[in-house]
Structures are given as structure tokens and as C-alpha cells.
Design a protein around this ligand. Sequence first.
Ligand code: ZN
Ligand code: ZN
Length: 293
Amino acid sequence: MGMQSAGSSASRGLRLALGHNCLSSGCGASSCSLCEHNQSRRCRSHLKAKYVSRDFLRANCGAALAVGLVDESGQCCVQPLPGLVLQVCVLDAKRYKELNPSNAPLGFDALSPCILDKALLRWEGGAEVAMVSLPMEYNEASLSELQCFSISGEHQSGKASSYRLLLWLQDQPDIDPLVSEAFVVVTTRAKSAMKSAVPSVEEPVGRLEGIGEQAVATLKALGQQQEVASRLPRRLHCVEKVGQYCELLAAAKLDLQLERDLTTLFKKADWNKAAQHASTAVHPDFRPRVWWQ
Ligand SMILES: [Zn+2]
Ligand SMILES: [Zn+2]
């Protein structure tokens, strides 16, 4: 009894925190001249916005996610608390948003209706399970071997599933569970629809946001649109790379008629989204440099 109360007072004010040691060599500033040729930019969040089914749940830079126990000031809790077990499962992000639109901290019981009771996780290549249990070491656990699956087929066929991770400590009711940022897991069939965080001019144009399968086909066959083709140099009659798309945008900026003709071929909102994304495209160069942190 005495032990238990000591334990609960020790855990007061402690909470779980999710993080990663960013492996990106560039910084996050879009205007940084040192990083303009570098696709590797400091992550703005720990989880990626989108994964393909079976992906390891790592940060965009490839670093493993880590879960740690921190105190009120956000410092790692150094007090030894042996025997802590971290549990991880998957929440239905849509249901969670309905239940808790302000993303307020909730207890486990309040969150339980959002838990997806399906085998969507896998640890270290083992069996697919609904929940993974991991021992905490020095009040920390690495999620490096955690894979996540999409809910494929069934009633949700074709649609991407939106999840959040729910992480909590077994038998520690005083420490609130942690709900991660929302992320999407698409089926392996939808892999080609994945977009680049920072596109490179040498990537396929379909890696741009707003450019779907239909738009890829239209851009590839621009030469067949006589009005458009007559206003473009030959190398832009078949637009397949992000770099070519950037050239196309530049040409449309100087030629109002061309811009008008192009916008009839694509949805305006998608075209603007793609133009915005293309404006961040990186031109790789081969000058040697040294990165350090
Ligand atoms: Zn990172
Ligand atoms: Zn920079």
C-alpha cells in the first residue's frame, strides 16, 4: 500500500512525449540559400502525413520515433521507474475528431471508443496485432520496428484510412495516454500516388500534389492539344518530370492565352496546388559540401 502511494505521487506531473532525432541535413527555412539544393529538410512533425501499408512508422527523415516520460517542464524524467510497459494501439482519427474536436487530453476510458480493434500493427516483423507492448528502458522506448497496415478491402475499399497512435503506460492510471498527430495509411496499390515533401526537378510530375493519374496522362500528351502545342517548344509537348512542369508554368506566366488553354485541361484548384508545390522544387547540384549540426 505504502509502495503504491509512493509510486503514484512519483508519477504526478509526468507525461508521455513523442519525438525523434531529426536526421535531415538541411534546415526547415524555405528561403535558406544553403539548403535550396537539398531535398532533406528538417521535419516539422514527428510522424509523416502519409504512409504506405507495411511502412515502418518513422519520421520523414527516416529517424525512428521515440516515446519518453517527461516532467512538467518537458525535461526527460531521470528518476528510475523500473518495470514500465508502453502499450501502443491505433485510433480511428475520424471518430477521435468527432469525440474530441479540441484535441484535449483525455483519459483511457474516454478514448477507448475510438480504438480500432483490428490487427493493424506489427512489431519486429512478428504477427499482425491490434496492440503492441514494449518495455521502457530508462523511461524511454524506441518505436523503430513498428509497422502499420491500412484497412484495405471491406467497406473502406480504396479509401485511405486516417489513424492516430494511442500510447499509454500499463498500470499507470495517473499518467495520461498520449495521442499522436493524425496520419494516413494507404494501400500498397496506391503507392504510386505518394507525393514528395520537397520535390526534385528530376522526379516524375505525379509526385506533385494536385497531379493525379488523369493529369499525368494529360501532361504526357500535351503535344496532342494543338492549341497548346503550337505555343510550346517541342521539349514541353510531353511533360513527365517536375522540372518540365516548372518550365510549363513559367511559359504560361508569359503567355496569357496558353495559361487560359491549360487551365481548361486541368481542375483550377488542382492546378494551383501543383503550381504551389512545384515552386518548392529543388534543383540538385553536385557541388561538394559538408553538413554538420
Ligand atoms: Zn526528422
Ligand atoms: Zn538551411
